[in-house]
Ligand binder design. Structure first.
Ligand code: IMP
Length: 195
């Protein structure tokens, strides 16, 4: 069985990836190497920097992921600052900031950027997005981060009211992981050619 490493310290992200990979013949291992999350304009820049950093220290096939929540009523904030803002004010702080905002401005999207690197080939980025609304109160016990306040379009539950398999069907990460798995299946990468 082929193996790919997911460079992350986030158990929630890893669980989601592990579920997705269970549909494939690729083994996924969590590797908590840590890399600097630079202050950048885009998630893509953060992911590319992470790849640069890790590839100098780790010589196996790996991917990492940077994600963010972009709220329309705040012109896309917290976006690339999502981790910092979550740490500072959490879901309840976001809900408080949004009090009084019109329904339209409660619209938001999550974006996931996966950066994959295999020794001796160029890095690849895979992007997934999900559009939805910020709820008026936190709901649900599953997931992590902003999951209790995000309701994907067409649904009535927050991500935190969905188990991993259900969240993966809608989520930004589910979509970027699908693209990564398609890339593997299409045999573009030497290591995964025989799959
Ligand atoms: P990062 O990708 O680890 O930098 O995540 C940025 C911030 O967004 C962190 O606070 C995460 O908890 C949050 N976040 C990332 N992905 C998700 C998700 O799928 N659901 C909810 N929050 C997320």
């Amino acid at each position: 069985m082929k193996t790919v490493y997911f460079i992350t310290s986030n158990k929630g992200k890893f669980l989601e990836a592990k579920k997705k990979f269970s549909e494939s013949e690729i083994n996924i291992i969590k590797k908590d190497l840590g890399y600097p999350e630079i202050q950048a304009e885009s998630l893509e820049e953060v992911a590319n920097f992470g790849i640069e950093y890790i590839q100098k220290r780790f010589d196996k096939s790996f991917f990492l992921e940077d994600a963010g929540l972009f709220i329309d009523g705040f012109n896309g904030f917290p976006g690339v600052y999502s981790a910092y803002i979550f740490h500072k004010i959490g879901c309840s702080g976001i809900i408080k900031l949004m009090e009084g905002l019109e329904e339209n401005n409660r619209k938001a999207h999550f974006k996931s950027v996966i950066g994959f690197k295999e020794p001796n080939s160029k890095p690849e980025l895979f992007i997934g997005e999900v559009y939805g609304t910020i709820s008026k109160k936190p709901l649900g016990k599953y997931g992590f981060g902003y999951d209790p306040i995000f309701i994907p379009d067409g649904e009535e539950k927050t991500f935190a009211q969905m188990d991993t398999v259900e969240k993966n069907q809608f989520s930004h990460r589910g979509k970027s992981l699908n693209k990564l798995l398609d890339f593997f299946k299409n045999g573009k990468i030497e290591t995964f050619k025989s799959l």
